[in-house]
Ligand binder design. Structure first.
Ligand code: PAN
Ligand code: ZN
Length: 194
């Protein structure tokens, strides 16, 4: 039997989302995901500026089993009409759910089942979003300040990005005159299993 892990303690700055101590900080810039956006001329034009779209701060933990704890901070901005967003993924383990607790800002969580059913939920401070196992998920910052949320998921869930890099999500969140709109993705390729 491995030795039991020791209790650990960290602090989240509720405004910046920074976790201290953080084990890992992942930074995603536009150059890491230019093809993810619909408006390709707008994406190409912004590439020289190469803005940071989001960062993920994973809490330092002594444990190799159990839960991963992290904050995500999505900057406010748009590429054409599309808001800054995460790449989006599904967990490899289909029985691995995830919980998001929003700390700051306003956003939308796009969830998509293996058979292309879509559920879009609002994220605002205090929202708890439950993502069942088997549902791909992407977060979109629809506000004018950073969207900060805390996430908890199983350490061995695994992340599948490839399936969603190729075909994207069935729904897009675009800025409209009256705020964010959920629209069908015109270039979406249906899941083979649908
Ligand atoms: C989150 C996401 C984070 C970044 O911690 O990993 O918001 O999004 P992408 O991983 O899609 O780039 C989570 O859902 N973890 O499982
Ligand atoms: Zn996840």
């Amino acid at each position: 039997m491995p030795a039991p892990a020791l209790p650990s303690l960290a602090h989240i700055d509720l405004s910046s989302g920074i976790i201290d101590p953080a084990a890992e900080v992942v930074e995603r810039r536009l150059s890491d995901m230019p093809a993810w956006f619909q408006d390709q001329p707008a994406a190409q034009a912004l590439l020289s500026e190469n803005p940071v779209l989001y960062r993920v701060y994973a809490m330092a933990q002594p444990d190799t089993a159990g839960w991963r704890l992290a904050t995500s901070v999505i900057e406010s901005g748009r590429i054409g009409a599309e808001y800054y967003m995460t790449r989006g993924h599904a967990h490899v383990r289909e029985d691995a759910p995830e919980v998001y607790l929003t700390l700051r800002g306003r956003g939308m969580l796009v969830m998509q089942s293996r058979t292309d059913e879509t559920v879009v939920q609002v994220m605002q401070p205090g929202s708890i979003n439950y993502i069942p196992g088997g549902w791909a998920h992407r977060t979109v910052n629809t506000g004018d300040e950073p969207l900060v949320f805390f996430a908890v998921w199983s350490i061995d869930a695994g992340h599948d990005y490839e399936a969603y890099a190729e075909r994207g999500f069935a729904k897009l969140i675009l800025a409209g005159e009256d705020g964010p709109r959920v629209v069908d993705n015109p270039s979406y390729v249906k899941a083979k299993r649908a």
